[in-house]
Design a protein around this ligand. Sequence first.
Ligand code: NAP
Length: 288
Amino acid sequence: MLIDGYTRLAAVVATPIRHSISPFIHNQAFQQTGVNGVYVAWDIPESELAVTIDNIKRYNMFGINISMPYKQAVLPYMDELTDSARLIGAVNTVIHRDGKLIGHNTDGIGFFRSLSNLTAFHVEQKTLTILGAGGAGLAIIAQAALNGAKQINIFKRSSSLNQTKEKAAELMALTGVEITVFPIEETELLQEKILQSDLLINATNVGMDGSTMIIPQDCILPSSIIVADIIYQPFETPLLAFARSKGVRTINGLGMLLFQAAEAFEAWTGETMPTDTIWKALEEIVHG
Ligand code: NAP
């Protein structure tokens, strides 16, 4: 990679962030497309968020990715927001275009792009059941509504149900898509909704330990359902292993990671990310 006086910078801004795979993905993309850019990781405290955002314009950067805990804190610094960022209420990508900072959110777009690329699933007019509605879950829910899903069932711990109900009502009013929120502890209801679904998504942290499964062991999966877990480490969570043992199609979170990055790269540079070759390299890193 040639770095010279014309090299432009992109970065991921968060804390902690040194473990991130994003620099690997984007630097591969810069190298393979011949775009003169470099992507780095900046671990910054909240007190330096404003000056960090200022630097995007000062140094004519492509833009930045934002990760936890700053996805909402950056909203006031944006000149414009895309529909996804506005609806989700969080920004994971800042695009520096025509002297403006455009706040965008590619998490949900990346998730559905990964599904269409890797499983040929399209969310329009489909019924989804999603477990958890934290930062990533909400991005998927909002994007599913924007993309014209038929029905979205959200299962969430009862201790934090009300906030999600308010957000669901807001999304329903804006998109017209039917969104219902249920307590995840009601396993009979969960089973009923899973049987009616085209797609089941785990957007909770459950399964990251490699041993805990988010749905009951006796859960029945319809043969046509796709089971997605947005976790990619472990590569196959207990939920995905269970679904595979039942002969059901599965997808993990690696595609979401890659395609949310592809959306950002393409918005910054106008070039298509070579996702096929980067996917192979990523699989080797993450899966071993
Ligand atoms: P988050 O904002 O902290 O949300 C976590 C969600 O999981 C919340 O809804 C939380 O429920 C729920 N949850 C946690 N423990 C639970 C349990 N024992 N039972 C039921 N629900 C539980 O986190 P996030 O950023 O959305 O990330 C969630 C997962 O997605 C993580 O594993 C993360 O690594 C992964 N992720 C993957 C990608 C990707 O590109 N593939 C991107 C982002 C995140 P409460 O609200 O009730 O606490």
